[in-house]
Design a protein around this ligand. Structure first.
Ligand SMILES: NC(=O)c1ccc[n+]([C@@H]2O[C@H](COP(=O)([O-])OP(=O)(O)OC[C@H]3O[C@@H](n4cnc5c(N)ncnc54)[C@H](OP(=O)(O)O)[C@@H]3O)[C@@H](O)[C@H]2O)c1
Length: 273
């Protein structure tokens, strides 16, 4: 059996038959769906834009011969995870990729409280609810995995993205704790510390991938590294050798100030004074 075939059958043996991916309509989530379907896992695709989920689902059925299911959900709504869970109750889910999220760069002084809470529900509480529902089920199977989506720099704070960074820091700590707790139950838990990655979110932030100081990585590389990390049960995955080097060498305070300056400059270009 070739190396790639072994890798694929290893994935579906440990994490199959179904994977659930939130934020699957775009970027990193859509790429998770592609790479997991290529490894012969059936995929549940969850996000708000159902048309995109259905399109991707059809593509994966044809290309890889897997089953797919779209679930329309707005994970910033309070009871959304309960509804998501009900929509997949009949499926044997062995891998959960809790990836959906967003950010809204800006001054904390001008943030609306309701919007802060809405994003906090999406970026933090939905991950908690998803982990809380699926962890006991994966543990009872004695096999499976949970990938939680964090963000590079979030653990130490990101100026002008204070709430979003705080939410992702919570997710990172939650995941690193669960990694140890669930290991003895045969469940792998990995936090994907997402570095700047070339997806639609960059445009939303007003960033142009071509002119960014650090070239963003491809979703393909980001996801391939995350899948290798969950297979070998690493607690944390920061994709990209340069990102790992930078995070090891640059003092936290300096990195935080640099991030803040970069976001402030982007905001200044976006909103003329
Ligand atoms: N790309 C980066 O540089 C970067 C850096 C750090 C962290 N991240 C994180 O990585 C994750 C994936 O982002 P991405 O880069 O792939 O960006 P993206 O292309 O914008 O994808 C975001 C995904 O999250 C879904 N989503 C957003 N709000 C949602 C809601 N209220 N309910 C349900 N789903 C929702 C979106 O689907 P719908 O719009 O269809 O709902 C979409 O599928 C996010 O959590 C993001 O914060 C990305």
């Amino acid at each position: 059996m070739g190396r790639m075939m072994k890798h694929q059958s290893g994935l579906s043996n440990r994490f199959g038959p179904w994977a659930l991916i939130t934020g699957a309509s775009s970027g990193i989530g859509a790429e998770f769906a592609r790479q997991l379907a290529a490894a012969k896992l059936n995929v549940v695709l969850a996000a708000r834009r159902e048309i995109l989920l259905d399109q991707l689902g059809r593509e994966l059925q044809v290309q890889f011969g897997v089953e797919t299911r779209s679930v329309r959900t707005d994970l910033s709504e309070p009871d959304s995870v309960a509804r998501l869970v009900a929509a997949v109750a009949d499926l044997d889910i062995g891998l959960v990729v809790s990836n959906a999220g967003t950010g809204n760069p800006g001054s904390f002084l001008h943030e609306d409280r309701d919007e802060l809470l809405q994003r906090f529900r999406l970026n933090a509480l939905s991950h908690l609810d998803i982990a809380h529902h699926f962890s006991p089920r994966l543990a009872a199977r004695g096999r499976g995995g949970l990938i939680l989506g964090g963000a590079m720099g979030a653990a130490h704070g990101i100026p002008f993205m204070a709430n979003d960074a705080g939410s992702k820091a919570f997710v990172q700590s939650l995941g690193e704790s669960l990694h140890v707790e669930l290991k003895r139950q045969g469940v792998h838990v990995t936090v994907l510390v997402v570095p700047p990655t070339d997806t639609a979110i960059l445009t939303k932030f007003g960033l142009d991938p071509k002119t960014m100081a650090m070239r963003p990585m491809s979703p393909r590389q980001c996801v391939a590294e995350a899948i290798r990390a969950i297979q070998s049960n690493q607690s944390l995955c920061l994709p990209g050798a340069t990102n790992r080097l930078m995070s090891a060498l640059i003092p936290v305070g300096v990195a935080r100030t640099m991030m803040g300056k970069m976001i402030e400059q982007t905001l200044a270009k976006r909103i003329p004074a």
